[in-house]
Every structure is written in structure tokens, then in C-alpha cells.
Design a protein around this ligand. Structure first.
Ligand code: ARG
Ligand code: GLU
Length: 717
């Protein structure tokens, strides 16, 4: 008796520590995962999670703004997502007078909720395996290009048929590297309003310093609302629109969580590459990442110094800095993780076994596959490195990017076949774009970045990779990049809002000449042409070859391990990941407890460091322990927690759900060691970071006094 108890305990411990890998398709949960999920603690059924005939949890989950996840939490279309997912909207509504980024924003009534042109959310209506129809007419001997032509033609026809007579949108995406295809039919809402956001020193507490790091204390949430027309159907913004009444919304649990509790995440993971050969992992971790890390680090140093020195600059550049820094820091963690946990060696061990099997299996058709594939990657990595220098270097300079947006206009003006009305439409677009661009542009910062990036990327050795004008100017300025930048930024009209506005105000076709005479324009066009004319065809040729090899390698891996349950790589489609609430020991001597508390925020407080300023009101609530019903059993406010749910970029804002399908947290990050999970998941190492829903509601209710929002929600205590 004792023995079996002990061994079952051990088994459970093993199970718990190994849980977590996989981003599963909701449509296959019943078949592949339901039993396991229930044995781990799921109390509802796969049908409750995904069903197209009755309302299910999937109806409460949305793709938010094309790159994040959001979830419905009331019958009035109320949405929760991350603060960093609503950041652009919060920033766009901010100015020095109404600085919502710094001070937060809380609409006191429906009428005060702020519209966000351009923001949309999408709900999945249904998905379907359409592999057979998509591959109709495809043969094994076809080239990748021929194959893609047929596939794309078939897809178009299937998509069109799928939405006939409806207001839905349809698309097909490849899975398992193009071995399977699924159709998605979605409903898109375009009137999505900002309802509330905490001040940045809650919503972004810890900032880029704590980003990707545990222990974490970021109150990373914001609140939106979906509006629909009177028939509850999607409609563009209108005063007449009313709050959307959804088929399903999530209930919120204030019961609290324990280590070892089952949890699952329902959302839109963006990209993973779990099934690549070792050479590819080597390329990302040891060649591509270091280049991008270096170049982004240089940009960030310049931007951060300017942000620290000036308040307006902080508003203008905080969103840009956050996105540059996010990739920069992630890639550092990824490369570090790949090395520390011997990911390449692990792949190589697998490849040895695979190659042995491939000698004879399937009539030897995979015999040389890995060798060919590995060689192709080694070739590719040289081109990819050069391209990374260009893309993360000169093409990341704002002046270059912005100026290039005038290229279409110039070409159209010079083409007599293009009508005046087309040009007028373009002018209007450029006028609007100028407003947004210059609102957040600082010429001095950009000039410094130009100097730094150009001088890093363009050397005696690499100058051949750059266009003619670069060589000419470098010689003219005797390799003094600061001097070149000063002259260029002083002369061009594209660093000056007034000049651009004047140009566009009474624009005539012949004014295209003025643009063509601008050195920044010529430089931008030549740099982009380099990318488009030289790199694109090379990269495309490689990606045709690599895609085709990966498709075969993926199929071969599935054949090699017939008993393994394979999950498809993330591709920004709705997935379920499940595991447990749990901390871990990511390194010798390091123990990550599974949750953090308000105490930790107070301990990190430092009025002199922007990322660690604590809001006085929050401090007061802490001092008086005015926590209401949001405290945990230990009497504290729990801020964030760790879980073993396999996630990636795009899962930001995803609901973390308990065994009953109730909301317990909002996913917003991974620990630094885990970022390698986009290339290889390690159950011991990988943990996602979620905001405890009780902290979120505490901030809404006690801190912001926005009780009207909590009253809309359904709370389980
Ligand atoms: N690392 C998280 C993600 O990948 C959060 C990013 C936003 N926060 C920030 N401090 N940059 O998106
Ligand atoms: N913060 C990420 C996002 O914006 C999620 C974290 C991750 O990459 O796991 O989607």
C-alpha cells in the first residue's frame, strides 16, 4: 500500500515536471488531448472548449489587433488583453495634456470609451481540415513553385466558397510544414474602443528592465470593448453602435491557485520552429541572433539616453523602444538557452538516430535528406547574415524607412498611365502618415542612429553589399559617418514636418522631381532596391528549397516516431496549451517560486529609476491593506504567477484558465531561459508568466475605482 502510494506520488511528480509541451488544435482536442487533460485536472470537456454547434469557450477568445490575444469577460463585449497589446492605442490617445500612458485612463461611462480606427479583433467561427482539397492536382515530383501555384489556386476557391453569402472572412493555413491544411472562418469586428488602462508604472512596471524576467511584477493588462450594430453584427465605428453581446464570455475565478493546479491557455501563438535540423538552430542562435542583438543594442542605447533626458521624447519613443528591446532581449535569452541546455547537441543526437533509421526505412527515400538539408542551411546562413545586417542596420533607420514611403508616389507621377485621382488618394494617405510619423519623430535621435548603424554595417569588407550611392558618399565624407549624417539630415526635406507638409499641400505631378532630387530619397530607394532586387530573389530561392525540404523532413519525423503525438508549429491560429501552475529551478542554485506579490513591488520601488516608480495610490492601498476580496489566502495581493503552458509571441493577452474553464490569469511573457522554446521546448526550463487575475481586478476596482467594469463581470468566489 505504502509502496504504491509512494510510486504514484513519484509518477505524479514526474508527470508534473514533464508537463507542458505542445500547442494543440482545438478541433483535435477530443481525439488527442481530452483524456490527458482530464487526468491532469480539467473538469470540463473538449466540447466545452471547442464546439461549432453550441457556444463554447472559443467564442470568448479573439485575435486582438492581428498579433495578440484577447478574451471577452462580460455580456457587454468587455475585453481583457495586455497593456503592451493596447499600448499603441493608449499612446495614440496620449499627449502632454492627456498623458494616458503615464497616468492611465478610465472611461467613466460608455460614452467616454475611445474609438481606435484601424484596430480589429477576430473570432473563430469554425475550422476544418481541407488537406485533400488543397492538394488536389499536386504530385510528388512537382517543384515547390509549381506546387505552391496549385495550392494557392485551390485555397482561393475553397476560401471563396466557405464564406459565400456571409459576412465572414476565410483563410487557409499550412500545418506540419505544409503536410496538412486547415480552413479558418472568422468574424471580424472593427469598432473596438479603449475602456481602461492602468498607468504605465503599473501596466509596464519593471519596463524593459524586467521584460522576459522572473520574478515579475508587471500589471500588464488593458481593457477594451467591442461594439456592434443594432443587429449585433460587426460594423465600422459609428455613434449608433452598441456594446456587442457575445455568445460566450469567461467567468472569473477569485478562488486562488496552488502550485500543481491544472491550467490551460487558449490563444494565438505566432511562430515556433520546433522541428528544424540542428544546422538551422545553429544559424538562428549563433549567427543571426548575434548580429541583430548588436545592432538593436546600439539603437537602444541612443534612444534610452534621449528618453531619460526628456519627457516628450519618452512619450514619443517608448513604444518604439519597447518593440526594439523586446526582440533584442528575447534573442539574447534564446541564444543563451540554446547553448546552456545543449539544444544543438540534443538535435544532433536525434539526427543520428533518425539517419540510421533513414538508411533503410521507406525504401531509403530519406537516406540523404538530412545531409542535403543541413548543407542547404549552411549555404543559406551566409546570405541570411548579410541580409540581417541590411535589415537590422540601414533599413532600420527611420529616415530611410519613412522616405521610402514616397517611392510609390514618385513612380506613379512619372507613369502617364496612372490617373490624377489615384495620385490624389495617395497624397491624402501620405498627409495622414506624415501626421503620425512626425508626432513621434526626433531628428537628432535618428541622425545618431544613422551614424551608428551605417558605421557598424558598412566597412571596407562589406561595402560591396551596399548600393553605389553608399560607396560614393562614404568616399566623399572620408568614412566619417557622423559627417555624412549631419550633411544628409540637414539637407533632406524628410526630417522636417513643415517641408513635407508644404510639399504635399499643393502637390503637382511635376513635384515628383523635387523628391527625386533629395539625397535621402535616392539613398532609401537604392537600399530598398538592394533588398528587393538582390536579396529577395536569393532568399526566395532558398526558402522554396528549405520549405520543400522541411515538409519532407517533417513527414519523415512523423514516420520515424509513429507513436509520438506531434503538435503543429505555431502559425497564429487558435491553440490550446496545457500544464500546471508551477515554478522551477532554471539554474544551479536558482529557485523560482511560482508567484510574486505586492510586497515585491514595494521592494523594487525606486523613485529615481523610471521603471520602478510606484504609484502613490498603490502604496497607500498596500499600507492600509485595503485589498477587499482580491487578497489571497495568505492575506497578500498576488501579482503574477508561473505555469508550464507552452506559449510564444502572440499568446500575449491569452486567458489562463483553471480546470473549470474560469479565468485565473492573463498571459504576458516567458522567463528568460524559456525563450528558447520557440526552437526547442524543455519541460524543466520553460515557464510562461501570467498576471494574476486578482491583481488585475484589484487595480480596476480598488486602485482605479472603475467598479462599473467589475460589476459587469461574472465572478466565482
Ligand atoms: N516580452 C513580452 C512579449 O514578448 C512583453 C513585451 C512588452 N513589454 C516590454 N517591456 N517591452 O511580448
Ligand atoms: N509577450 C509576448 C507577446 O506579446 C508573449 C510572451 C512570449 O513570447 O511568450 O505575445
Amino acid at each position: 500500500m505504502k509502496k504504491t502510494f509512494l510510486s504514484s506520488l513519484l509518477l505524479l511528480a514526474l508527470f508534473v515536471s514533464k508537463a507542458g509541451e505542445g500547442m494543440w488544435l482545438p478541433i483535435l482536442l477530443k481525439q488527442l488531448n481530452e483524456k490527458e487533460m482530464q487526468s491532469m485536472g480539467l473538469k470540463i470537456t473538449a466540447d466545452d472548449i471547442y464546439n461549432i454547434n453550441k457556444s463554447s469557450l472559443k467564442d470568448a477568445i479573439m485575435l486582438f489587433g492581428g498579433g495578440c490575444t484577447g478574451e471577452l469577460v462580460s455580456d457587454q463585449g468587455l475585453v481583457l488583453t495586455n497593456h503592451h497589446c493596447g499600448y499603441d492605442q493608449i499612446q495614440k490617445h496620449s499627449s502632454l495634456e492627456h498623458d494616458y500612458l503615464t497616468n492611465g485612463f478610465w472611461a467613466q461611462s460608455l460614452a467616454e470609451e475611445l474609438p481606435n480606427p484601424g484596430l480589429s479583433v477576430e473570432f473563430l467561427i469554425r475550422m476544418e481540415d481541407v488537406t485533400q482539397k488543397v492538394l488536389e492536382g499536386v504530385t510528388a515530383s512537382m517543384s515547390q513553385a509549381e506546387r505552391e501555384k496549385i495550392v494557392s489556386k485551390n485555397c482561393k476557391a475553397i476560401e471563396k466558397q466557405a464564406i459565400e453569402g456571409s459576412h465572414y472572412k476565410a483563410y487557409i493555413k499550412p500545418f506540419y510544414s505544409g503536410n496538412q491544411y486547415y480552413l479558418f472562418v472568422n468574424e471580424v469586428f472593427t469598432d473596438v474602443r479603449l475602456v481602461g488602462a492602468p498607468p504605465s508604472n503599473i501596466g509596464k512596471f519593471g519596463g524593459d528592465t524586467d521584460n522576459w524576467v522572473w520574478p515579475r511584477h508587471t500589471g500588464d493588462f488593458s481593457v477594451f470593448r467591442i461594439y456592434a450594430n443594432k443587429d449585433n453584427k460587426p460594423a465600422d465605428y459609428s455613434k449608433e453602435n452598441v456594446p456587442y453581446q457575445p455568445k460566450k464570455y469567461l467567468k472569473i475565478s477569485l478562488k486562488g491557485i496552488q502550485e500543481g493546479d491544472f491550467s490551460f491557455i487558449f490563444g494565438y501563438p505566432g511562430t515556433t520552429r520546433e522541428y528544424l535540423p540542428s544546422q538551422a538552430v545553429n544559424m538562428y542562435a549563433n549567427e543571426r541572433n548575434p548580429i541583430a542583438i548588436d545592432l538593436r543594442g546600439k539603437r537602444l542605447d541612443i534612444i534610452k539616453a534621449a528618453m531619460d533626458a526628456d519627457k516628450l521624447t519618452r512619450i514619443q519613443y517608448s513604444s518604439k523602444a519597447a518593440s526594439i528591446s523586446n526582440g533584442w532581449k528575447k534573442w539574447i535569452g534564446e541564444s543563451m538557452g540554446i547553448e546552456r541546455f545543449h539544444a544543438i547537441e540534443k538535435k544532433q543526437t536525434f539526427e543520428k538516430q533518425f539517419s540510421q533509421w533513414a538508411q533503410t526505412a521507406s525504401g531509403g527515400k530519406y537516406q540523404n535528406l538530412l545531409e542535403t538539408y543541413g548543407n542547404a542551411y549552411n549555404e543559406y546562413s551566409k546570405v541570411y547574415s548579410d541580409f540581417t545586417y541590411l535589415a537590422e542596420g540601414p533599413l532600420s533607420v527611420e529616415l530611410i524607412r519613412y522616405t521610402y514611403s514616397f517611392d510609390r508616389l514618385v513612380k506613379n507621377c512619372n507613369d502617364p498611365k496612372v490617373s490624377d485621382s489615384t495620385i490624389r488618394v495617395q497624397i491624402n494617405r501620405l498627409k495622414a502618415a506624415a501626421e503620425t510619423f512626425f508626432q513621434n519623430y526626433d531628428r537628432t535621435i535618428d541622425q545618431k542612429i544613422f551614424t551608428s548603424l551605417f558605421s557598424t554595417c558598412i566597412t571596407e569588407k562589406t561595402i560591396g553589399n551596399y548600393p553605389e550611392l553608399v560607396s560614393k558618399m562614404v568616399k566623399k565624407h572620408h568614412w566619417d559617418f557622423a559627417n555624412w549624417a549631419a550633411t544628409l539630415y540637414g539637407k533632406t526635406m524628410f526630417t522636417d514636418k513643415q517641408k513635407v507638409t508644404n510639399l504635399l499641400a499643393n502637390f503637382k505631378r511635376s513635384d515628383a522631381k523635387k523628391i527625386e532630387k533629395d539625397e535621402a530619397y535616392t539613398l532609401a530607394v537604392q537600399l530598398y532596391q538592394k533588398a528587393i532586387d538582390e536579396f529577395s530573389p536569393k532568399l526566395d530561392a532558398f526558402s522554396d528549397q528549405l520549405d520543400s525540404l522541411q515538409r519532407i523532413y517533417m513527414a519523415a519525423q512523423m514516420e520515424f516516431q509513429p507513436d509520438k503525438r506531434f503538435y503543429p508549429d505555431a502559425n497564429l491560429t487558435l491553440r490550446v496549451a496545457y500544464g500546471f501552475i508551477q515554478g522551477n529551478q532554471p539554474a544551479d542554485g536558482v529557485d523560482y517560486k511560482y508567484y510574486t506579490t505586492l510586497e515585491g513591488i514595494m521592494a523594487k520601488e525606486n523613485p529615481d529609476i523610471y521603471d520602478y516608480v510606484v504609484e502613490p495610490k498603490l502604496k497607500q492601498l498596500f499600507q492600509t491593506k485595503d485589498y477587499g476580496r482580491y487578497a489571497a489566502k495568505d492575506g497578500k495581493i498576488h501579482v503574477a504567477f508561473l505555469a508550464s503552458n507552452h506559449t510564444t509571441g502572440g499568446n500575449s493577452g491569452s486567458p489562463v484558465l483553471d480546470g473549470n474553464g474560469n479565468l485565473i490569469g492573463i498571459n504576458f511573457d516567458r522567463t528568460w531561459e524559456s525563450t528558447m522554446s520557440d526552437l526547442m521546448y524543455d519541460p524543466e526550463i520553460c515557464r510562461n508568466i501570467a498576471l494574476d487575475i486578482r491583481y488585475c481586478l484589484f487595480v480596476i476596482d480598488k486602485f482605479a475605482g472603475a467598479k462599473r467594469l467589475v460589476d459587469e463581470m461574472t465572478i466565482v468566489e
